[in-house]
Design a protein around this ligand. Structure first.
Ligand code: NAD
Ligand code: UPG
Length: 437
């Protein structure tokens, strides 16, 4: 089968490459000429473990091609996935301009039946808009060509994107016709051999499933952050509480880690968009409003702990930050807690020395040289008045504390991800603050 993936961002590139790996012929399309030219040369625009090798392998096998011109492949493909961005509009709702632009391009150029599948995260009702946009273009051309639309939201996590896509807990597909269901079944059949489930449903339910899943996970995190903050006040340890409740099968032990708030390209944006969808339908999403509020405050928590330690006087303090990416195993800094922290530190007159194993280039692109970039974890802490752990990269887990103590001006560690042992840190001579313990 031949397919097109339109939008070669995180999702488009991973999805296209994984389909190619399973034997499908894939055309990855993007309007960003530089990105496509680089991809043709095998240069990958994102850091995602395992992706580069897989792209090269499938490119060499001729199953994975990159182009800026959708019309080049439209006649050849049976299924087209739209995986373009759906960034938040000013009011928090999902901006559908890229999704509808793809639909109009399809309508303007298609010559035969095609199944147009939306993989981007889009509000309920988007499939109808996609259908209408395609039909309007066909009407303008005065031609009658059959087509189908479907919804196939993506659940991959950055940093584990390949295994999430290749062995997903489930694949959710919203369809309106048998033809669409048959095409999607055929496309996902190689994955079915791995024994996972494709759940077919109506299109609005599929569109809603994506938002509900992200909103549920974000709710767990904000709930645990709220519990952590209370633990700290009353003298309980949130790590113990997490283990205590996570061992209940009905709760499960994943996504219960307290920290300095969720970031990334999805949770913040999707929680906002769902609140907005509800608002447009005169229904208040009270829980999600609280989830967002807790998360916004949590991103400032580490800064407030630092401020409290120095009695509000942070001017001229030299602060080391370990971790810039919104989570480990990615260079993505979209909505990263580090950005909120850095802004507050700079506003308070601090000097920031940051280290991240892969996100430095991305940070330079976003905030430039307003902070210093250290070459490793030890370089970052030289003469530092405090060390702040923001992203829990593996290489931060077992540092030489004796070396760090000698390098720092003040032995103060603020751990935003609860990765160190309180007793051990105190034995090593550090003043140690963490979250909810
Ligand atoms: N990033 C994730 O981990 C993730 C996971 C699941 C779902 N999603 C959802 O998937 C969608 C895409 O996310 P992303 O992070 O890959 O986005 P992204 O911003 O990284 O990439 C989007 C790409 O689409 C391209 N594009 C825009 N308009 C185009 C057009 N008309 N034709 C061709 N290409 C076009 C852009 O140039 C860009 O390369 C979003 O709706 C997101 O919410 C993202
Ligand atoms: O117990 C936890 C788990 C995560 N996080 C934070 O939550 C954010 C999101 O993490 P994660 O979900 O691992 O990353 P994403 O790549 O953003 O993936 C989410 O968003 C994607 C885009 O919609 C979905 O496809 C995925 O299923 C969903 O997990 C990060 O800032 C994490 O630090 C916590 O604070 N505590």
């Amino acid at each position: 089968m031949k397919i097109a993936i339109v939008g070669t961002g995180y999702v488009g590139l991973v999805t296209g490459t994984c389909f190619a790996e399973m034997g499908t012929e894939v055309f990855c399309v993007d309007v960003n000429t530089e990105k496509i030219e680089n991809l043709k040369k095998g240069i990958i625009p994102i850091y995602e473990p395992g992706l580069e090798d897989m792209v090269h392998r499938n490119q060499q096998a001729g199953r994975l091609q990159f182009t800026t011109d959708l019309t080049e492949c439209l006649d050849e493909v049976e299924v087209l996935f739209s995986a373009v961005g759906t960034p938040p509009d000013e009011d928090g709702s999902a901006d559908l301009k890229y999704v509808l632009e793809v639909a109009r391009t399809v309508g303007r150029n298609m010559k035969k039946h095609i199944l147009v599948v939306t993989k981007s995260t889009v509000p309920v009702g988007t499939a109808k808009k996609v259908r209408r946009a395609i039909q309007e273009e066909l009407d303008k051309r005065g031609v009658e060509i059959e087509f189908d639309v479907a919804s196939n939201p993506e659940f991959l996590k950055e940093g584990a994107a390949i295994s999430d896509f290749m062995s997903p807990d489930r694949v959710v597909v919203g369809v309106e016709s048998e033809r669409a269901e048959e095409l999607m079944t055929r496309l996902y059949r190689p994955f079915l051999l791995n024994n996972f489930r494709v759940i077919f449903m109506d299109v609005p339910s599929a569109e809603m499933t994506k938002y509900a899943a992200n909103a549920m996970l974000a709710t767990r995190i904000s709930f645990m952050n709220d519990i952590a903050n209370l633990c700290e006040i009353i003298g309980a340890d949130v790590n113990m509480v997490r283990k205590g409740i996570g061992s209940d099968n009905r709760i499960g032990n994943r996504f219960l880690y307290a920290g300095i708030g969720y970031g990334g390209s999805c949770f913040p944006k999707d929680v906002k968009a769902l609140i907005n969808t509800a608002k447009q339908n005169n229904y208040p999403m009270r829980i999600l409003q609280a989830v967002e509020e807790v998360n916004d405050e949590q991103k400032s928590l580490l800064f407030h702990k630092l401020e409290k330690h120095f009695n509000g006087d942070l001017k001229g303090k030299r602060i080391a930050i370990w971790g810039l990416a919104f989570k480990p195993e990615t260079d993505d800094m979209r909505e990263a807690p580090s950005l909120v922290l850095i802004e507050k530190l700079l506003a308070a007159g601090c000097e920031v020395y940051a280290y991240d194993p892969v996100a430095v280039e991305e940070s330079k692109r976003r905030i430039g040289d307003v902070i210093h970039y250290a070459k490793d974890i030890y370089d970052a802490v030289v003469d530092a008045d405090a060390l702040m752990l923001v992203t829990e990269w593996k290489e931060f887990r077992m540092p030489s504390w004796s070396a760090i103590k000698k390098l720092m001006a003040t032995p103060l560690v603020l751990d935003g991800r609860n990765i160190y042992d309180i007793k051990e840190m105190e034995e090593n001579g550090f003043i140690y603050h963490c979250i909810g313990r």
